[in-house]
Ligand binder design. Structure first.
Ligand code: NI
Length: 405
């Protein structure tokens, strides 16, 4: 059954080791510091400086300025072994914060409304812990602090800059604090977790004229309305009902007055699916439909189509690693939620195309404390208890994955 309650499950903090419990006040401090200074994608200057300064303070080898503001830190264990990467995103959103908290955003119109401030704090905490416990693992951990997850995407340029090489990464893990799940739960599954993200912009080019004399015009609004309707038939009639996909037209702008036939109409939309086999399919069908409807009415069109992120697909073995580790941190079986797929997108997908890995959701909602607003909401905030749980899960993953070979 899918958990619909956002009331937390009991968190047994004794399952979190003492050294990580002691980090909790610092995790909160770092997260709140970052929350007050949110920065948009590829402009994470202050965030990047903060991360670098902490790593330097702790004597952790790292490289800055990758894909503009990205950072990669390397922590070696007691002897050579597997290389595990841990990825955290650092960017905020163009949203005006409405929370009245002492740590509210000090940057007008910019807010950490997705929890990436928490992801950065968890990765920092993990770095701090591992750097003090290098004897607890054999191998190397690469911490990837990534810019611009919310778009246009920092994962791809970081991969192109070589962050998965030298030393070559064997596997990658990452988490998203998740307010659609209560504190005390972890959403983990193998296979598709999050959907592809494709975008399109279409201009319908008709012929303007008098609203009372339509016979001399080509009404772009009538054509556009038929396009919106016809596009819904792709999912309804061309996609196997067992598969999941969605086509949404989120924007339709046209016209200037009640008695004027609009010469052009602008439509924008997004396409989501889990199955990588759909790559190229929606683009083709969307263009066929727009072209056919326009032709039927004597209109023309311009179409821009862009594939932003592929689907996030988890490797089975790595998902099992996360599941087994999580089972020692949360109550089982209620704390592990396998029905956690979402049509939201994530550029973690690019890392998972390169190396086996697992991305998972760390439940962070706490309805009893009013911390249950959805991601990207101006009142988004999460239960910070999840921060040390995140560090504990990452630390245990490292110990289990990087064992003496
Ligand atoms: Ni996010």
């Amino acid at each position: 059954m899918v958990s619909t309650s956002l009331t937390p499950l009991p968190v047994d903090t004794s399952r979190i080791r003492k050294d990580i419990q002691e980090l909790q006040p610092y995790l909160v401090e770092w997260r709140r510091h970052l929350h007050q200074k949110p920065e948009l994608g590829f402009r994470e200057q202050l965030t990047s400086e903060f991360v670098s300064q902490k790593l330097q303070e702790w004597g952790i080898e790292h490289q800055t300025g990758i894909a503009q503001t990205g950072i990669v830190a390397i922590i070696s264990g007691r002897q050579p072994g597997p290389v595990l990467a841990i990825r955290a995103d650092m960017d905020a959103l163009p949203i005006q914060e409405e929370n009245e908290v002492p740590y509210r955003s000090q940057h007008d119109g910019v807010m950490h409304a997705c929890g990436h401030d928490g992801h950065t704090a968890i990765a920092l905490g993990t770095a701090r812990y591992l750097s003090q416990h290098r004897d607890s693992f054999a191998g190397t951990v690469k911490l990837i602090f990534q810019p611009a997850e919310e778009g246009p995407g920092g994962a791809k340029p970081m991969i192109e800059a070589g962050v998965l090489n030298n030393p070559d990464v064997d596997a990658i893990i990452g988490l998203h604090l998740w307010n659609f799940l209560p504190l005390g739960t972890v959403g983990v599954r193998s296979g598709p977790l999050m959907a592809s993200v494709e975008l399109f912009n279409c201009t319908i080019l008709g012929k303007g004229g008098h609203g009372a004399i339509p016979q001399h015009s080509v009404d772009s609004i009538v054509v556009g309305a038929q396009v919106v309707n016809a596009l819904q038939a792709i999912v309804a009639r061309n996609v196997d009902p067992i598969e999941s996909a969605v086509v949404t037209v989120g924007k339709f702008h046209a016209g200037t007055a009640h008695n004027v036939i609009a010469a052009s109409a602008q439509l924008s939309g997004t396409v989501r699916y889990f199955n990588p086999g759909f790559e190229g399919f929606f683009q083709e069908r969307i263009e066929q439909i727009i072209s056919g409807v326009c032709q039927a009415h004597g209109a023309h069109y311009e179409l821009e189509y862009c594939s932003l992120y592929p689907p996030v697909i988890n490797n089975e073995k790595m998902a099992e690693l996360i599941r087994s580790v999580t089972a020692t941190v949360v109550e089982t079986p209620a704390g592990i939620v396998p029905q956690c797929q979402t049509m939201g997108g994530e550029d973690m997908a690019f890392f998972l195309q390169e190396v086996p890995g697992c991305y998972f959701f760390l439940g962070s909602a706490n309805l009893s404390r009013g911390l249950a607003y959805p991601h990207h909401h101006p009142r988004f905030d999460f239960d910070e208890t999840a921060l040390s749980m995140g560090v504990e899960i990452f630390a245990r993953c490292v110990e289990k994955f990087c064992h003496p070979g």
